[in-house]
Write a protein that binds this ligand. Structure first.
Ligand SMILES: Nc1ncnc2c1ncn2[C@@H]1O[C@H](COP(=O)(O)OP(=O)(O)OP(=O)(O)O)[C@@H](O)[C@H]1O
Ligand SMILES: [Mg+2]
Length: 245
């Protein structure tokens, strides 16, 4: 008997849950999002990692890159986005935005606008995916709270000295995997765990994006990266400055 072929669809819930566990550390996950911002020609990126008023951890990464149309945003949210056109691009599998984000949060919202349009927003909510069992993406004009998030990102970029003609804000919500001990339990002292997380992230970003942050380094374009409003210096630049004196 000849073999038959049939479409065997992956189980949505099992796939997205599995993709939450692909080995990202928190700093490397944030760095993957910043990497996208730099690939989108951002001159300024603002990373914010803190608590909401109701003490929930929240992470946002805002940039003044080229932004996206609604079609671009839909492509960005696809697991397995189209390959980037730039042959020098660091993009590999079209997964980073989604897998880096959901390694730490259960809801990923991206609000973006290109030079000509009003902001669009799209959300992957893993709880909705699980209950629907389908890859249902919420996408369309940014609503009031999403527009507020975009405006907050614009303010952060401007505080860092950047101009925003277009840009993108990545917002991690329902952040359930961040302030955990190695055994997976909730950290007892959340404030201390947050400070440690912020410090580790700062060191990682300063090292990974050293060439971009060091404005004397001609190998990469100059980028300003802020963490919770503080402008980051390239790792090693303090050492070098001391040597110059
Ligand atoms: N900040 C951003 N500004 C503009 N476009 C973006 C931004 N972030 C993502 N995109 C778009 O979304 C697409 C998907 O991003 P994603 O990080 O998932 O994949 P990738 O960067 O192409 O590959 P990789 O799997 O290596 O990260 C990008 O190719 C880009 O077109
Ligand atoms: Mg990427």
């Amino acid at each position: 008997m000849p073999k038959q072929t049939g479409i065997v669809r992956p189980d949505t819930r099992r796939v997205v849950e599995g993709l939450r566990d692909t080995g990202y550390t928190f700093p490397s996950a944030v760095a993957d999002i910043v990497d996208n911002s730099i690939a989108a020609e951002a001159t300024h990126v603002s990373v914010w990692v803190s608590f909401t008023h109701s003490h929930e951890p929240i992470v946002t990464i805002a940039d003044n890159g080229i932004g996206m149309t609604q079609m671009g945003l839909e492509n960005a949210m696809r697991y397995g986005s189209e390959q980037r056109k730039d042959p020098n691009s660091l993009g590999r599998f079209g997964l980073g935005l989604k897998t880096a984000s959901t390694s730490f949060c259960r809801r990923l919202t991206v609000v973006s606008r290109d030079e000509s349009g009003a902001p669009n927003a799209a959300t992957w909510d893993l709880d909705d995916l699980a209950s629907a069992g389908e890859w249902n993406l919420a996408i369309g004009d940014a609503d009031e709270s999403e527009a507020d998030i975009f405006d907050a990102g614009v303010n952060e970029i401007e505080e860092l000295g950047g101009r925003v003609a277009s840009g993108t804000v990545v917002w991690w919500d329902k952040v359930d995997k961040l302030l955990k001990t190695k055994s997976g339990a909730q950290a007892k002292n959340m404030a201390l765990a947050m400070t440690r997380t912020q410090n580790a992230l700062e060191m990682h970003l300063r090292t990974v994006f050293q060439r971009f942050l060091d404005h004397d380094d001609v190998r990469a374009p100059n980028v300003v990266i802020g963490l919770n409003g503080k402008r980051l210096a390239a790792s090693g630049s303090i050492l070098r400055e001391n040597r110059r004196r």
